[in-house]
Design a binder for this molecule. Structure first.
Ligand code: ARG
Length: 410
């Protein structure tokens, strides 16, 4: 019988390196490593060689940056996805694409097992496995970190040395970091103490707002149907655009997020994120919608946005409901086109100007000046009818000597 083939999601870090060896021994299997490039700065150059030295027979490194931005991030942006009001969901958006990559390679290589290096208490295991189950229901998934014998990093390092696995000898960061073009997540170490502010060394890409440039800078973004396409009038690809905004935002201390969040498995965790480009784009996009969406659509979309954020967080990207909700979102974006200028200064993003051919803002209606065309008298009848149910309620309560509603003053 042919040896089993296992496709392993591989970063080159300690966990996944040890995993390659551990799986090949435990399952007597041929290991194929897969790495997706979503714009993380961790080096990818020597990764193939490193994987081979660790015992892999073959390794794939896929440049997924454009696909990530165009097929994943832009959807989340159009939806206005922010988990629990704060987290732009960078890691969560990347997982379904990485799950798809693993499935694609497994099919190509005719492998019947895939493995990932997520722990048993995080969200990423859920996102990977639900994604894989949906895309390839017959594929077996292994999560060695949930079951192997190692209880600490030291034990993993001992195993690596014993098996001549090349692990980086540089001093390990006390933090666990996951990075892609949409943002960076930083966990562990001192960050686990909710009473401690994140030390400066926890931040990987942004300058502290206190140390940021003393001069504000403006950025003018062009949106076409909910997607940013140009900066200062010059067209850029999605990858170029986010790379530029991350760099300029980082200089101004933009996009630092420190939050307590609810994980899928029920744990509350303290998370620190850096997402300068995402913060700028989410704010700018939201502002474009304020200008161009009608009141009912804008209000309704807030609920959809919240639902989509939860679904992305919970690993439900490849689901019928997600697709349906995204169709709704897309149908709202035809008018989300125009230009917006924001100012970046010491961690703040301030909107300076917005315009759109679809702007519903009508100065003649809004003005308090002499150009006013709004029919003030119309409001009287409108309010009489609008307030009618409440007037009726109070009358009935009075007849029954029930007193005023609890929250009424006096
Ligand atoms: N809490 C974030 C999320 O669930 C970040 C996860 C970071 N993942 C990691 N493997 N370090 O999306």
């Amino acid at each position: 019988m042919a040896r089993k083939k296992i496709v392993v999601a591989y970063s080159g870090g300690l966990d996944t390196s040890v995993m390659v060896k551990w799986l090949s021994e435990k399952y007597d299997a041929e290991i194929i490593t897969v790495t997706g490039d979503l714009g993380q700065k961790a080096e990818l150059e020597n990764l193939e060689e490193k994987a081979r030295k660790t015992g892999a027979s073959k390794s794939y490194i896929a440049d997924l940056k454009s696909e990530f931005m165009e097929e994943y991030v832009w959807k989340a942006l159009k939806a206005g996805a922010l988990y629990e009001g704060d987290y732009p969901l960078a890691t969560a958006i990347g997982r379904p694409l990485l799950a798809k990559l693993m499935v694609d390679v497994a099919i190509k290589e005719n492998a019947d097992i895939v493995a990932h290096g997520c722990t048993g208490k995080g969200n990423d295991q859920v996102r990977f496995e639900v994604g894989i189950q949906t895309l390839a229901p017959d594929l077996q998934v292994l999560a060695p970190l949930r079951e192997w014998e190692f209880k600490s990093r030291e034990q993993e390092i001992d195993y690596a040395i014993e098996h001549s696995i090349p692990v980086s000898v540089t001093k390990e960061s006390p933090y666990s970091i996951d990075e892609n073009l949409w943002g960076t997540a930083i966990e562990c170490g001192i960050l686990e103490d909710t009473t401690e502010a994140p030390p400066e060394d926890a931040y990987q890409i942004t300058k502290s707002p206190i140390q940021a440039k003393d001069e504000p800078e403006t950025v003018t973004l062009t949106f076409e149907k909910g997607i940013p396409t140009a900066i200062e009038g010059n067209k850029y690809s999605a990858v170029e655009l986010i790379t530029y905004l991350n760099a300029i935002g980082a200089e101004h201390g933009i996009g630092r997020i420190d939050m307590i969040e609810n994980r899928v498995v029920g744990i509350k965790s303290r998370e620190v994120y850096e997402a300068p480009g995402a913060s700028i784009l989410l704010k700018a996009h939201h502002e474009m919608e304020k200008l161009t969406l009608d009141k009912d659509t804008f209000r309704y979309k807030q609920n959809v946005s919240n639902q989509i954020s939860n679904m992305i967080y919970d690993g439900q990207w490849f689901t019928p409901l997600f697709d349906s909700l995204m169709k709704f979102v897309d149908s709202t974006q035809d008018v989300v086109s125009g230009e917006i200028t924001v100012q970046l200064y010491k961690g703040n993003i301030t909107v300076l100007s917005r315009k759109s051919p679809f702007s519903l803002y009508n100065e003649e209606l809004a003005t308090y000046g002499t150009a006013d065309t709004f029919q003030h008298r119309d409001s009287e009848g409108f309010i009489n009818i609008y307030g009618l149910p409440y007037k009726t309620i109070t009358k009935v309560r009075n007849q029954n000597q029930m007193g005023k509603p609890e929250n009424a003053l006096g």
